[in-house]
Ligand binder design. Sequence first.
Ligand code: FES
Length: 196
Amino acid sequence: MSMDGKDTKAPRSQGDRGDAGNQKVGSQEVGSQKVGSQEVGSQEVGSQEVGSQEVGEFEPKIIGFLCNWCSYTGADLAGTSRIQYPPNIRVIKVMCSGRVNPQFVMKAFQEGADGVLVSGCHPGDCHYIEGNFHTRRKLTMLRDQLEFMGIEAERFQISWVSASEGIKFAEVVSNFTDRLRDLGPQTQLVKRGGAR
Ligand code: FES
């Protein structure tokens, strides 16, 4: 109220307090960063828990042969549309599902794959007219051979997925992964000293 020096100092001191307040705000921010880092720490703990789950739980390895013109584009669409599906699949792009030689499938199993997916254009939509008809015939016979060798037929799947079916691709991979989780690891054809 008075205009003496004391009063003029008071606002300064308030101002000082204000600065100090800012500093406190700053320190609170620092504090919140600490809280943030604690949160990060807890997330890290969470990821460690996930890591321990990975050690304890079986996660199947899937090799997916996808034709360039339909299924690979469908998988790409699933990715760009941010549709979630299990990360268990490793994709090998082929120009047509008809390019997949049965030996490729056998090799994948020998190298430690728990399941193999071959995916191409719907019958009648093959870019090379009738490539997927050959696929269906060849690989259906292969399934019988796999069963003869002691590999469950469910470990090998053929699915037709078009370029516009991102959701279907995600469903195919999710369902196949769930089925392989139930079946457990494939050990019948794995080479000694192979991936497992
Ligand atoms: S080009 Fe896709 S299955 Fe032949």
